[in-house]
Design a protein around this ligand. Structure first.
Ligand code: HEM
Ligand code: FES
Length: 383
């Protein structure tokens, strides 16, 4: 967490986020209800409500799934990510109301247990339209429940970040279940082509935004070493002092990193965030311990690297959160020479201090050692 942490976090942004979320859901439900009454006057109130809540939950899940890729494509979407878990809990609540209305309407009237009835009420037939669709909805609801119940940071700390992350990746399983639920449900029901079209559009949007963001990141990830080979650059060690002798990799020019910001490079398959601050350079893993946010897209605030997603903070030289917080990310050894940053690709253990490289002193030292006539030649020679 961060140096500015306060126990009560109902700040203005959070209240605004929740107000917009609840307001949008209310507007959607009202519009859905009015349109159903106008266009399908024979649909009963219970059916109208169950459709309205089911559709609202499904639509909100699309928005939640698209927020991640959108933020990777454009940081302007970051405010949507800030409290995405509130949207997740809202989605579960809407889905639960839908399921409750379904159970009351279709499954509470017989001797069979209502939950069992969801699984046995419609038996598999040979036709595609006969596939029972309600169990898919039930399984999706269980996943949404697990995610909503563990959404608080208390669970993140107790389950550990990898377990929590794995659990929350199950949102994609829930989404797949719901696509099947709605597809087979619509096939069995009135089968409006508008529903089928809207669902196809939703699927294309979710898959498309993930693919575009994935390709964009993979392109940026072509490792620094590979890039140098592709660009025809050959690095030659310039004497015994050269960082290249010790396995360091020429990462980027110091001038490419804005003050109090970072440049992200990919070394040996791992993303590394190289920060410039107070005349120094430090490098840490790009992956925030909270929810894998991209630390290199954050900035230095109060002397700490601040994650752009929810504001967790880490000291740039140790990768450790300021006390009393305990999160830690791996650090990387860095050197600066001739105006370029060299990073050793082997990470130090999370929280282990790596001496920051002084930008000015190292450059001057290099100049003095080389003498004026040999002063800073580029380390890179084009073949
Ligand atoms: C126990 C869990 C669930 C059950 C038993 C269930 C059951 C049903 C039923 C019976 C229908 C057809 C309603 C009708 O039109 O007559 C339906 C439709 C639908 N459900 Fe579910 N559902 C469950 C969970 C969910 C969840 C969690 C979501 C979304 C997050 C969802 C989204 C939808 C949507 C979008 C439709 C299509 C709207 C419509 O035309 O009815 N369902 N579900
Ligand atoms: S603070 Fe949440 S991902 Fe970094």
């Amino acid at each position: 967490m961060g140096v500015e942490y306060r126990a009560v976090q109902w700040n203005r942004q959070k209240k605004l986020y929740d107000a917009v979320l609840v307001g949008s859901v209310a507007v959607f439900l009202t519009t859905f209800g009015v349109l159903t009454k106008l266009l399908f006057p024979r649909v009963t109130d219970e059916i109208m409500l169950m459709r309205a809540f089911g559709t609202a939950a499904f639509l909100l899940l699309h928005v939640i799934l698209c927020i991640g890729p959108l933020c990777r494509l454009n940081p302007k979407f970051l405010p949507l990510l800030y409290n995405r878990r509130h949207a997740g809990v809202t989605c579960f609540v809407l889905g639960s109301i839908h399921a409750f209305l379904v159970v009351i309407t279709y499954h509470a009237g017989s001797d069979t247990n209502p939950i069992l009835s969801i699984f046995v009420s419609s038996l598999v037939t040979k036709s595609l339209a006969g596939v029972p669709f309600q169990p898919f909805g039930f399984l999706a609801l269980m996943i949404l429940f697990l995610m909503a119940a563990t959404s608080h940071d208390f669970w993140l700390a107790n389950l550990t970040a990898p377990v929590w992350k794995a659990l929350h990746m199950m949102v994609y399983v829930a989404y797949a279940m719901l696509v099947l639920h709605v597809t087979f449900g619509v096939l069995q029901g009135e089968g409006s082509p508008a529903y089928v079209g809207a669902m196809g559009l939703g699927l294309v949007t979710v898959v498309g935004s993930h693919l575009i963001a994935g390709f964009r990141e993979a392109k940026a990830d072509v490792s620094t070493e590979t890039m140098n080979v592709l660009e025809g650059k050959i690095f030659k060690a310039r004497g015994p002092d050269d960082p290249l002798n010790d396995g360091y990799v020429d990462a980027c020019p110091v001038a490419d990193i804005p003050e109090n910001r970072a440049r992200i490079v990919c070394l040996s398959g791992e993303r590394v965030a190289i920060f410039k601050y107070d005349g120094k350079i430090s490098a840490v893993s790009n992956v925030c311990q909270h929810q894998n946010g991209p630390l290199g897209e954050g900035k230095i605030v109060y002397g700490c690297i601040t994650c752009p997603w929810h504001g967790y903070q880490y000291q740039p030289d140790t990768g450790a959160s300021p006390p009393p917080f305990v999160e830690k990310v791996p650090t990387f050894n860095v050197r600066v020479m001739n105006g370029r940053v060299f990073v050793h690709p082997k990470p130090n253990p999370a929280g282990a201090r790596a001496e920051p490289a002084l930008i000015q002193a190292r450059n001057q030292q290099a100049e003095t050692q080389m003498g004026k006539s040999e002063a800073p030649q580029p380390m890179v020679t084009v073949a």
